[in-house]
Design a protein around this ligand. Structure first.
Ligand code: NAP
Ligand code: HSE
Length: 428
């Protein structure tokens, strides 16, 4: 590689513009730290005429990102368009086939095609780096692959979708219902173009499965992740959790068990005063546990122009310094295809539903729980609405299978006037 590292950037939106600003504004610092002059040679986006608040006049323009990715004057193809297939996948594949390094922020692409892309990169002896894809500006991939490289990772937990955390904390702080805050988030431009990626837990699960692969040396396995979004969380749930000293978070949990890899992304109750419970707005937090290091907590901006561009450029700097690592920490051909496991660990659960306000109904619900092997810790019935009575139950620790059985049995009584929801209480 020459002492100039030449970037081709496809995608000039939030992240792409941020990367260009860093390259333009911090040029001397980048050279001093990498020993390399880092230059942009060519760019691509859909619209050539759009004002992006950055000067593009010195760069060649390509309409087709796949052509950009293969240009002779590009050493590193920086993919910042997004999307699990389409031009992102085609152009990254073309770049790797042409022997170019690739840096991307695209978690969807890697969660679905990470294994094949890693094999392609390693076959060609080039880097495929994706720090920005997980938790924005937080250097969590670097932490796992480098700082914690000597640890057996035992568990990863985290809040990895800023939009969901914004919605949940805003509902609580302003006392507003989900639909109103969802619309606010939309107006603020926080939501992905398909909002279900955020509120359905999909975006956060994309991130979690990438971390799992690095942590446990396994092939990326998105289809097996258990997902539950935040759309069913009501302001009453948030108030009830708060009354009990908890907050509701869209929490990712990943751990290797004797039965296989457990990966869940679900709304959970966490203690109000825990680091995860204290997380406000769009901030992300990743908690990593290793056999030697114990527990470490990483916290920071999970999205936005500056933080995400910072992570992209961290990867570019590693390439400029001549630093090479297998894509997921160990060679892709050695990543294990591990069976997935449904979580069996017992947790206390928060169960909320509404019941017909009639004699014997509560006894039926208690029986449904008891028959499923679940013991009640606390129970509250208040704010009757006509002949329907909202009920909130906190269980003693029980397994997900027992909760599923109980929920089926509660529905079968015909006494529930709303679909029961059950949320894990995670004492982090
Ligand atoms: P964005 O603002 O929507 O920008 C996307 C860019 O890609 C736009 O410049 C768009 O061109 C260009 N583009 C889309 N389709 C294209 C095509 N077929 N050919 C050429 N260019 C195309 O997206 P973003 O927020 O910057 O996100 C980029 C990537 O970073 C995504 O993978 C996202 O998941 C990831 N990411 C984003 C954040 C964040 O905070 N935004 C955080 C972490 C990761 P036009 O501008 O001409 O329409
Ligand atoms: N939609 C994502 C979030 C963007 O809200 O966290 C950053 O990946």
């Amino acid at each position: 590689m020459s002492s100039t590292l030449r970037l081709g950037i496809a995608g000039l939106g939030t992240v792409g513009s941020g990367v260009i600003k860093i390259v333009q504004q911090n040029a001397a610092l980048l050279t001093a730290r990498s020993g390399c002059s880092i230059e942009i040679t060519a760019v691509s986006a859909r619209s050539r005429s759009k004002d992006r608040g950055v000067d593009l006049s010195g760069y060649a323009w390509e309409d087709d990102p796949t052509v950009l990715a293969q240009r002779d004057d590009v050493d590193v193809y920086v993919e910042l368009m997004g999307g699990e297939d389409g031009p992102a996948k085609a152009s990254v594949e073309a770049a790797l086939a042409a022997g170019k390094h690739v840096v991307t922020a695209n978690k969807a692409l890697l969660a679905h095609h990470g294994q094949a892309l890693a094999v392609a990169a390693e076959t060609k002896g080039v880097n495929l780096r994706f720090e920005a894809a997980v938790a924005g500006g937080i250097p969590v991939i670097k932490t796992l692959t480098e700082g914690l490289a000597a640890n057996k990772i035992t568990r990863i937990m985290g809040v990895m979708n800023g939009t969901c955390n914004y919605i949940l904390t805003r509902m609580e702080n302003a006392g507003l219902p989900y639909d109103v805050v969802f619309e606010e988030a939309n107006q603020l431009g926080y939501l992905e173009s398909d909002p279900n990626l955020d509120v359905g837990g999909i975006d956060a699960a994309h991130k979690l499965v990438l971390l799992s692969s690095i942590a446990y040396g396994t092939q990326v396995d998105f289809p097996s992740a258990q997902l539950q979004g935040i759309g069913e969380i009501s302001i009453d749930d948030i108030h009830a959790a708060s009354d009990m000293g908890y907050r509701i978070k869209l929490l990712g949990l990943s751990q290797m068990t004797g039965n296989g890899l457990e990966q869940t992304m679900q709304p959970c109750l966490v203690p109000y005063n825990s680091p995860l419970g204290q997380l406000e707005g769009g901030t992300n937090m990743v908690v990593i546990e290793g056999d030697s290091v114990g527990q470490i907590v990483l916290r920071g901006a999970g999205a936005g122009e500056g933080p995400t561009a910072s992570a992209v450029m961290g990867d570019v700097m590693d390439i400029a310094r001549g630093f090479t690592l297998p894509v997921f920490g160990i060679p892709a051909t050695q990543l294990v295809n591990t069976p997935s496991a449904q979580s069996k660990a017992p947790f206390a659960y928060y169960i909320r539903t509404s019941l017909r306000d009639a004699p014997g109904v509560l006894a039926n619900i208690a029986r449904a729980l008891g028959d499923a092997g679940i013991s009640i810790d606390r129970l509250r019935q208040q704010n009757h609405d006509g002949d329907s009575a909202p009920i909130l139950i906190v269980t003693h620790p029980c397994t997900p299978a027992e909760v599923e059985k109980a929920i089926k049995a509660i529905k079968a009584t015909g006494d529930a006037t709303s679909d029961p929801i059950a949320l894990k209480i995670v004492e982090v």
